[in-house]
Design a protein around this ligand. Structure first.
Ligand code: MG
Length: 298
C-alpha cells in the first residue's frame, strides 16, 4: 500500500494557527460526507451532533463566518443542515447562493449587507437567476434522459436509478444499486455526458450530476470569501467536486491569502491536509472553535 499524500492526521495534529489568528475567518464546509455521514437515501442525512454544535459556536464568534458549499440545492441544504441563522449557503455546486446570514449579524467588522427580504418559498429560482429558454430546454432533456435510462434498467440485479431535480440541473444517484445495475447506469450517464458538452457534468460518490450552468464549488467559495470579506479561509470537502474549491483556495494562498484545505477520506487530492471521517471533522471543528474563541474572545 502506498502512503497517502497528504497523510491522514489526527484532528488535533493539523496546524490551524492561520485560522485562529485571522482578522475575519471564513469556515466553509461541504455538507454530505463532512458534516453529515453519507446515506443511501440523501433525504435522511443528519449532521453529526458535535459538528452542529461546533458550527453554531463558530458562527457566534466575533470575526468568524460559517458557510456551507454543497451540491445540494440551497433549500434542501438549509432544511438538512440545521445551520445557525448567520450561516451562508452556496448550493447546486456554485449555481445557487444565499448570503442573507450576513444581515443576520455576520462576522464582526464586515459591513451589514442589505437583505432583499425573505425569498418566496414557492419560487424554485429564489437563490439564483431563472433559467433562459435554452437552459429550460436542457432541463427537459435531463428529465427525458432519466425516463429513457429508467426504462432500459436491466432485469437482473436490484436498485433503481434515482433523480434529484435541482433548480438548474439534476443529480442521478446509483447508491444502493447492485454492481451490475450501477455499472449500466453509470455507463449510460457517461455516454449522455459526452454527447452533451453544453451540460456541466460532475461525477461524485455514486452519482452523476448535470447542470445547465458552468459553475463549480470553487466559484462558490470565491464568492463566499468575497461576500464575507474574509481575510483567511478553511475549506473541508470529501468528494471530487470539492477539488475545484481546493484549487481556488490554493490559487489565493499562492498570492498570500492564508487558508487551509482538508479532504475527508483516502482519495487522491490537492488539499493540504486529510481527516479520516465525519467524527474526525467534528473533533477538528470543536478544537477550531475552542482555539479561535481563545484568540478572538467569545
Ligand atoms: Mg460531500
Amino acid at each position: 500500500m502506498t502512503a497517502l499524500s497528504p497523510p491522514l492526521q489526527a484532528p488535533e495534529a493539523i496546524d490551524i494557527t492561520a485560522l485562529t489568528t485571522a482578522a475575519r475567518l471564513l469556515v466553509a464546509l461541504d455538507f454530505d460526507g463532512v458534516i453529515a455521514p453519507l446515506q443511501d437515501d440523501p433525504s435522511t442525512s443528519t449532521p453529526v451532533a458535535e459538528s452542529a454544535t461546533a458550527v453554531e459556536a463558530l458562527a457566534a464568534l466575533p470575526g468568524t463566518a460559517v458557510g456551507y458549499i454543497s451540491g445540494r440545492d440551497v433549500a434542501a441544504l438549509k432544511d438538512l443542515s440545521r445551520a445557525p441563522a448567520r450561516a451562508l449557503f452556496v448550493g447546486s455546486h456554485g449555481v445557487e447562493q444565499d448570503f442573507t446570514g450576513l444581515a443576520a449579524g455576520g462576522p464582526a467588522g464586515a459591513p451589514a449587507t442589505t437583505s432583499a427580504g425573505s425569498p418566496d418559498p414557492n419560487d424554485p429560482f429564489r437563490y439564483s437567476a431563472a433559467p433562459d429558454a435554452g437552459e429550460r430546454a436542457l432541463l427537459e432533456r435531463l428529465d427525458a434522459e432519466f425516463e429513457r435510462i429508467t426504462e432500459a434498467t436491466p432485469a437482473t440485479g436490484y436498485g433503481e436509478l434515482r433523480i434529484e431535480r435541482k433548480p438548474l440541473g439534476a443529480t442521478f444517484h446509483t447508491r444502493g444499486c447492485s454492481p451490475e445495475r450501477a455499472e449500466f447506469f453509470t455507463a449510460e450517464l457517461r455516454r449522455f455526458a459526452s454527447a452533451h458538452p453544453e451540460l456541466r457534468s460532475l461525477t461524485g460518490h455514486d452519482m452523476v450530476e448535470f447542470g445547465v450552468r458552468m459553475h463549480t464549488k470553487g466559484d462558490g467559495l470565491d464568492t463566499m470569501i468575497e461576500r464575507a470579506q474574509a481575510t483567511a479561509a478553511l475549506y473541508i470537502g470529501d468528494d471530487t467536486t470539492d477539488e475545484d474549491a481546493f484549487a481556488h483556495l490554493a490559487d489565493r494562498q499562492d498570492s498570500g491569502f492564508p487558508g487551509l484545505s482538508i479532504r475527508v477520506g483516502t482519495a487522491d487530492t490537492r488539499a493540504q491536509a486529510r481527516l479520516g471521517s465525519t467524527d474526525d471533522v467534528a473533533a477538528f471543528l470543536t478544537r477550531l472553535s475552542r482555539e479561535r474563541a481563545a484568540h478572538v474572545g467569545g
